[in-house]
Design a protein around this ligand. Structure first.
Ligand code: TMP
Length: 238
């Protein structure tokens, strides 16, 4: 983009990012923080340079996805910690796509972490901090008007496409894409993929050693958190 709009006031602060308005009402600037939280912010910490890594990794993934036909909010990375994005009206339904049992699925359903799923499983969660993002189904999303039937069909299809593209890309770099979370939003009538795609929002395991290279190292106090984020960026940039 030739003329970068001016950064104006902060209008939102989430757990991992701050959002700023710009002189273009259609564009916002996301600032990536080093703050790390888990269990809906009951656990807090800092992961050094996480913001820089997540900004860069999201740029690489969004660019890859755009090339493969997934529309995203990404416009361009502005600097180490800032990304220019299209302004979204966020759909309050988070999608989790799973290829291997882990995390809350293992716990909720009493399955062993690491069990491969015979096909990807898509789950919906209602985006609500006061309620700790509860698991919901499509009927909940429709009946409470969080998304229309057409929107749900679109985000389902896009989420599975993201899974295909990222799984293949990561497999070539020796990484298993275990599961990940996506958020979508509306922008002038289009549905765009939003938020970020990084070790905070995905589970990445080394294909050979099954070493965890994502935020589970922070959630579960496994140590070498920064090293895992750096290693993932190195693999994705390769
Ligand atoms: P879960 O197994 O804890 O439900 O997490 C599934 C995936 O979603 C995992 O890759 C991490 C990601 N995730 C987020 O991005 N934000 C969250 O708040 C949670 C709970 C999970």
């Amino acid at each position: 983009m030739e003329n970068i709009p001016a950064k104006l006031e902060q209008f939102y602060e989430g757990k991992a990012k701050k959002l700023y308005s710009t002189s273009d009402p259609d564009l916002v600037i996301a600032y990536f923080k080093d703050d790390a939280t888990a269990f809906n912010a009951k656990k807090r910490g800092t992961i050094e340079d996480k913001g820089v890594i997540n900004n860069r990794m999201s740029e690489l993934f969004f660019t890859l996805l755009e090339r493969n036909g997934v529309p995203t909010h990404f416009v361009q990375r502005l600097n180490d910690r800032e990304m220019l994005c299209k302004r979204l009206e966020i759909i309050p339904v988070e999608l989790v796509v799973r290829n291997i049992v882990a995390g809350s699925m293992a716990k909720r359903l009493g399955r062993e972490e690491g069990e491969p799923l015979k096909r990807p499983v898509v789950e919906y969660y209602y985006k609500s901090d006061p309620l700790d993002d509860p698991l919901i189904n499509a009927d909940h999303a429709l009946v409470f008007g969080w998304a229309t039937p057409a929107e749900l069909r679109t985000i389902d299809t896009l989420a599975l496409k993201v899974n295909e593209v990222l799984s293949r890309f990561l497999d070539e770099r020796g990484i298993l894409l275990v599961d990940f979370k996506l958020e979508f939003g509306r922008h002038h009538g289009a549905i765009l993929l939003g938020d970020e795609i990084c070790p905070d929002t995905c589970r990445f395991w080394d294909k050979q050693t099954r070493e965890k290279l994502d935020k589970d190292r922070f959630r579960r106090d496994l140590g070498n958190v920064e090293g895992a984020y750096q290693e993932m960026l190195r693999r994705v940039e390769a």
